[in-house]
Write a protein that binds this ligand. Sequence first.
Ligand code: DAH
Length: 344
Amino acid sequence: MLAKIEELLQEIDTLKVANADEIEALRIKYLSKKGIITALMADFRNVPAEQKKEVGMRINELKNKAQERIAALKEVFETQDNGSNDFDLTRTPYPIGLGTRHPLSIVKNEIIDIFHRLGFSIADGPEIEDDWHVFSAMNFAEDHPARDMQDTFFVESNPEHVTKNIILRTHTSSVQSRVMEATQPPIRIICPGRVYRNEAISYRAHAFFHQVEALYIDRNVSFTDLKQVLLLFAKEMFGADTQIRLRPSYFPFTEPSAEMDISCNICGGKGCPFCKGTGWVEILGCGMVDPNVLELNGIDSKTYSGYALGMGIERIANLKYRVNDLRLFSENDTRFLHEFDAAN
Ligand code: DAH
C-alpha cells in the first residue's frame, strides 16, 4: 500500500489539465466517493496494526496533496487573464479543507436509520436529570449501588447542602420515563444521547460516553417482537451473516432481562483475541419493560406491555472500526477523525 501511495504522490505532482472539465474529472478520479483515495481509506482497515500509523499519515498526506493540487489548478484557470483587470478581493487565497463527520455520529446515524425504518421516532431528554427519572421511576431500589457516589455525578447548587437529587444521567433509560409520563401507548421511540459516570478515564472507561435507548409499548408486545427487532438490527448493522444470542441478565427496569451477543464480526465466530476465543461479543442489554416501571410512569400494566433495549455507541463503533482506545473519541485529534473520511 505504501508503494502505491508513493506512486500516487508523484503522479499528483505532475498533474496537468487543459480545461476546467478536466479538473473536475481529476477530482472525481482521486477524491470522490468512488475515487482512488477514498478506496485506499476504505482499505485502511486491512493494514496490519504496526503499519497503521505510517500508512495513515501517508494517506492523509496524499489526500491533502490531492486537494491542494486540484485547488491550485482551479485557481490557475479561474484567475487566468480574461482581458479584464478585475480582482476579486473577497476570494479566499487558500483552499478550505472540509471537516468530516465524527465516527460516533456516523454510527449513531446508522442506528437511527435502522430504527427509523422500523417506525421508531426520536425522543430526547435532559442530561442533567433528577434522581426520579434516572433511578426511582426506573425501579431502582432506594439502596441500589448504581446510585452511589462511585457511579454517579451529583450536581449541587449549594455544596453545603448536598441533596443528591440532581445528577448527570448515568443512562439514557431516563428518557423512557420522560416519554411515558408525557404520552400514552403506543410508544415507539429511540433516544440517542450522552451519559455520564464517575469513572477514572482510561483506554477502556470514560467519564462520559453515548448510548441509544429503544422503547416499544403497546398492547400484546412480546419477547418474540423484541427478538425479531434485535436480529434485524444486528444484521443491518454488522452484515447479513451476523447471528445473535441472548443471555439471561438482570436490570431493575426489565423483567425478564437479557444481554445480547453477536457472532464476532472480526473472526466470523471462529474465535480470536477480540472475542477472547468465544466467537461472541456482547453489544447490548434488553428485556420486557417491568410492569412496575409502567405503573410508576402512569401506564396501565394490565392493558399494555413493552420491550426496551439500550446500547453503547462507542461499543458499536469499536466493533465496526476497531478503535482500541476510548479516549480517541473525545480528543478530537484531526488525524484520527480524518481516518473516517471514507465512511462519511
Ligand atoms: N440502562 C442500561 C445501562 O446503562 C442499558 C439497558 C439495558 C437499557 C437493558 C435498556 C435495557 O433499555 O432494557 O447499562
